[in-house]
Design a protein around this ligand. Structure first.
Ligand code: HEM
Length: 148
């Protein structure tokens, strides 16, 4: 039943896109790799900037900074991102997060329990746009959401 909560899945994806808990991934080139005109020599450590990719208008379009879970409605895997490696909240390939399914299940169960017990509204005191305050959003939003 929890697996059927599709919209919750879209919301989790959108939160993972805009507020990625894991901001970057690391890989080491095991051999020389050519990417277009650039050669990455064997042994080079590469940092993949997940936060930047998730906020890149060239990949996501003009609404890149908007919180819009519906972008995952018709494209549950990539959210309409125009590059198949552009959305990596749980990493990719052989080192993909092994806790992905567990985390998703836990998130849906916990959110369901919270939503059935509380109602939420944005405080009129909310002093800033969430879209432009990525790192601070979690702590500050928490103190500006009133529950009843
Ligand atoms: C929202 C929750 C979580 C997020 C966003 C997350 C994200 C990630 C990311 C980005 C990686 C790195 C993948 C890579 O380098 O390509 C990773 C690896 C890993 N995650 Fe998670 N994770 C989450 C929850 C969990 C949970 C609940 C567990 C265990 C119960 C877990 C266990 C692991 C392990 C063991 C690895 C290392 C896999 C490997 O290197 O082979 N994660 N996770």
């Amino acid at each position: 039943m929890v697996a059927g909560l599709k919209k919750m899945g879209w919301v989790m994806n959108e939160v993972g896109r805009l507020y990625s808990p894991v901001p970057n991934l690391q890989r080491q080139a095991r051999e020389d790799i050519r990417v277009d005109d650039v050669v990455i020599p064997a042994g080079t450590n590469v940092w993949i900037d997940v936060v930047s990719m998730h906020h890149d208008g060239a990949l996501w379009g003009d609404d890149v900074n908007e919180f819009r879970p519906e972008r995952f409605k018709d494209d549950q895997l990539y959210g309409g991102c125009n590059h198949k490696m552009g959305f990596l909240p749980f990493g990719f390939g052989g080192r993909l997060c092994i806790g992905k399914n567990l985390a998703t299940l836990e998130y849906k169960i916990v959110l369901t329990l919270i939503l059935t017990r509380f109602s939420f509204s944005l405080s009129k005191l909310l002093p800033f746009s969430l879209h432009h305050a990525i790192p601070q959003a979690f702590s500050r939003a928490a103190s500006n959401i009133s529950t009843s």
